[in-house]
Unconditional design. Structure first.
Length: 422
């Protein structure tokens, strides 16, 4: 029997923000598969070109300042549609509404609904598929399905993250404010409860994300594809200059990323007589900085991209004891910088236990202590993992990410065999 050659799919990508520099729509455009890009606002398209001047406003200026560097690739501009009004309403309400977690969560949900409704009115052109970022542009999911389009959802973080972080905040109430009651807000205001229900296929950046969908959200394994992220090739040329005993953490210093467990490990290592230097590069709230257990951490705050490369070059090992990620891009940068990585399965890293790093159970301070100590004190082992780390990173460039993504999308099952009961 001869094979039937089906026409190539045509994708509309709907996303808020730049998300990896608009990587998905750019890759689909390069592959000849992009129909349109629907997004909220950017610094070089639509209203965003003028809204960037709002950075000088005394109120909400910071929200507009981010637009300067949020630029859609020139090749995508002819097929890009931006929807600034929902963002403007969100900014206005964010400034003048209460700052409690429930109110902020409600405003975020409202913005996603507004964006989805606005984008739906522009139609779907010749698209056969909709590529959406988890719960963004939610009204489009059901609308697209009703119009006969297949829906692909990129699950860029564990869907169970909210539950995990709520549990952690109950255990450590002094570190972060109470989480929003997402379920209550969804039911009270009638928001779409089930963004997973309307998808036909799920792109996951790591095994832990796919496992979470299968084990906790009733998604069939054959409806998932694991497509790890990538790293820019320039990172592979950094010249390492490690300072023995310098431990680097990059990212927001928060419970989700396990900053409290890093602090406990640092305190325990110091108690044992190992005086390592723990450097934390990323935003940190005073409620965390001022915790006494964090006295052994050096908080650098947010630092420029040029400077962060120096931090990677001078680090001895990289540590990210995260509780929930999708696939933490900082771990790719660390591997490319020839750094052994100590992390959890839940970080979604491509580092392998005993080869490019050490994988420890989440929330296990003792395992974290022993992993750090074993690498810093055993220089031969540390150096072997360093060489392997850079080699591993070379298998995950952005070019390879694009190839993997397109391959996964073209292998998507024609029929959905099981949905979610989320």
């Amino acid at each position: 029997m001869s094979r039937i050659n089906l026409p190539a799919p045509r994708y509309i990508v709907a996303q808020t923000g730049a998300r990896r520099g608009y990587a998905v729509p750019y890759i689909l455009h390069q592959a000849g598969l992009l129909e349109r890009l629907y997004t909220d606002v950017s610094g070089n398209s639509g209203w965003g070109k003028w809204l960037a001047w709002g950075r000088f406003l005394p109120v909400a200026g910071e929200k507009f300042r981010r637009l300067i560097n949020r630029r859609i690739p020139e090749e995508l501009l002819p097929v890009t549609f931006t929807f600034a009004r929902p963002n403007l309403r969100w900014v206005w309400k964010s400034v003048w509404s209460r700052k409690d977690p429930d109110t902020r969560s409600k405003l975020d949900l409202e913005r996603n609904v507004d964006l989805g409704l606005a984008a739906s009115t522009y139609g779907y052109g010749k698209a056969t598929h909709l590529y959406i970022m988890l719960s963004e542009f939610t009204p489009m999911l059901q609308d697209a399905r009703q119009r006969g389009l297949k829906v692909v959802s990129e699950v860029y973080i564990l869907v169970s993250t909210s539950k995990l972080i709520s549990e952690e905040r109950r255990k450590f109430p002094e570190w972060e404010p109470k989480s929003a009651d997402h379920e209550k807000i969804v039911y009270k205001y009638g928001f779409e409860r089930s963004p997973l229900t309307h998808a036909d296929f799920y792109i996951c950046p790591s095994e832990c994300v796919a496992d979470d969908l299968v084990e906790n959200w009733n998604i069939s394994r054959n409806l998932t594809a694991i497509v790890p992220y990538g790293v820019k090739a320039e990172w592979l040329t950094l010249q390492p200059n490690p300072i023995p005993g310098r431990i680097l953490f990059v990212g927001t210093a928060e419970l989700r990323k396990g900053i409290h467990y890093l602090a406990m490990a640092a305190a325990e290592l110091t108690r044992q007589g190992y005086h390592y230097e723990f450097r934390v590069a990323g935003h940190v709230e005073d409620s965390i900085r001022n915790q006494s257990i964090c006295d052994h951490l050096t908080f650098l705050g947010r630092i420029p991209r040029s400077q962060i490369k120096e931090e990677y070059q001078q680090a001895d090992i990289f540590v990210l004891p995260s509780l929930a990620e999708g696939s933490a891009e900082v771990t790719y940068e660390a591997l490319a910088s020839a750094l052994p990585v100590v992390t959890t399965m839940d970080s979604g890293s491509v580092a392998r236990d005993g080869i490019e790093g050490i994988i420890v159970p989440k929330r296990d301070v003792n395992a974290l202590v022993e992993a750090i100590k074993s690498l810093v004190e055993n220089r031969e082992r540390r150096d072997l993992l360093s060489v392997a780390a850079r080699k591993r990173a070379s298998e995950f460039t952005w070019e390879q990410y694009g190839e993997r993504l397109v391959r996964a999308l073209l292998s998507m099952p024609e029929k959905q065999t099981q949905g979610s009961t989320y």
